[in-house]
Design a protein around this ligand. Structure first.
Ligand code: ATP
Length: 338
């Protein structure tokens, strides 16, 4: 039995959560993997109600669970997800960009993963105003850079593709911070002799993600660059509606879509739940690995096959060129889960 906490979020969050809860119930009923879901309120709605975007009770529930699923949160995202990443030491943000059939994609045959450092960079909130200027402090440590590069090498090893890790930075301009990042990543990669390690400036990477995205295997990069490049990579394969992510630490992990709360389409049943459903797929892979649980791996595979099968038949939500509602799309995925 896995205890899963689920942050229902803001904007399209509640609709995506409903979809994933239906999927989890189907897994429980049809496949027999026992799951207990504890929904948690955090984000703008929780802030309005309780004065705290992440109430203590919510944090407590999350900490007592085996893992957490998080739907997108609105304006208070920094107080929820940036806080949780640091509080739970979820240092690796894994963002795959993978081709699915029938997508409005720029290119086909893409299967890359962005491994984004999740605890440092310009995300530590060290910003202040002096006179008429605003200053942000960027932290990059040897320890965190080494740790994320090691993780990227492990991911590349598991993927069985080119076994290539591309370290993305801008050390020609940010000589101290990105210089340290690049050096630490290169040092970490030395422990993985079967991995081809190379480096690319972030502007060149942004261009190459459009020009030849199929050439990438694993990208390792700093927090802000990872945030931006993963939205770009998601759009190249078909859009944010298909983009899942994992936040992974040594003992805990949290899974969420790459995108935000998308208030423009909230409450209209127009959201593509694939991003959250595929985040759940990543969750079962992690549970499988952590607990040496073959059943969890099977469930992950079945979820991906179900989504793949549905879009291959041309059954799609509006963002990827279809006409199905969030609920209808979810029901099609469930019908393929056996
Ligand atoms: P944030 O900065 O909070 O991550 P963002 O800049 O990535 O947010 P989003 O709101 O996540 O912006 O997404 C941008 C647009 O993409 C949305 O306004 C919406 O139109 C579309 N979009 C995002 N997610 C989905 C989805 N699951 N289904 C359909 N469309 C989506």
């Amino acid at each position: 039995m896995y205890k899963i906490s689920l942050i229902t979020g803001d904007g399209i969050g509640p609709e995506l959560s409903e979809s994933v809860i239906d999927i989890l119930h189907a897994i429980n009923d049809k496949i027999g993997l026992k799951i207990e879901i504890n929904t948690v309120e955090a984000g703008d709605a929780a802030l309005k109600k309780t004065g705290k975007a992440l109430p203590d009770s919510a944090l407590d529930t999350i900490k007592k669970s085996d893992t957490c699923l998080k739907a997108p949160v609105g304006e208070s995202a920094a107080d929820v997800i940036v806080f949780l990443r640091r509080e739970l030491n979820l240092y690796a943000n894994i963002r795959p960009a993978k081709s699915y059939p029938n997508m409005p994609a720029l290119k086909e045959n893409i299967d890359l993963v962005i491994v984004r450092e999740n605890t440092e960079d310009l995300y530590t909130g060290m910003e202040f105003e002096v006179d008429n200027s605003a200053i942000a402090l960027r932290t990059i440590s040897e320890y965190a850079s080494n740790r994320i590069a090691k993780y990227a090498c492990i991911v590349a090893n598991q993927r069985n593709k080119q076994k290539r890790v591309t370290c993305v930075h801008k050390s020609n301009v940010m000589r101290k911070t990105d210089g340290l990042f690049a050096r630490s990543c290169a040092a970490a990669a030395k422990d993985f002799p079967n991995i081809t390690f190379d480096q690319m400036y972030v502007d060149a990477c942004a261009m190459n993600l459009i020009r030849q995205p199929e050439s990438f295997d694993v990208i390792v990069t700093t927090n802000l660059f990872g945030d931006i490049l993963s939205d770009e990579a998601a759009q190249v394969v078909g859009g944010l509606g298909m983009a899942p992510a994992a936040n992974i630490g040594d003992n805990f992990a949290l899974f969420e879509p790459v995108h935000g709360a998308a208030f423009d389409i909230a409450g209209k049943q127009a959201a593509n739940p694939s991003s959250f459903i595929l985040s759940a797929k990543m969750m079962f892979e992690w549970l499988g690995m952590k607990n040496n649980d073959a059943m969890s791996f099977t469930v992950a595979k079945k979820i991906e096959e179900a989504v793949y099968g549905v879009v291959r038949e041309g059954i799609k939500t509006r963002d990827i060129g279809g006409n199905k509602t969030t609920k209808e799309f979810t029901q099609h995925v469930i019908s393929k889960l056996t």
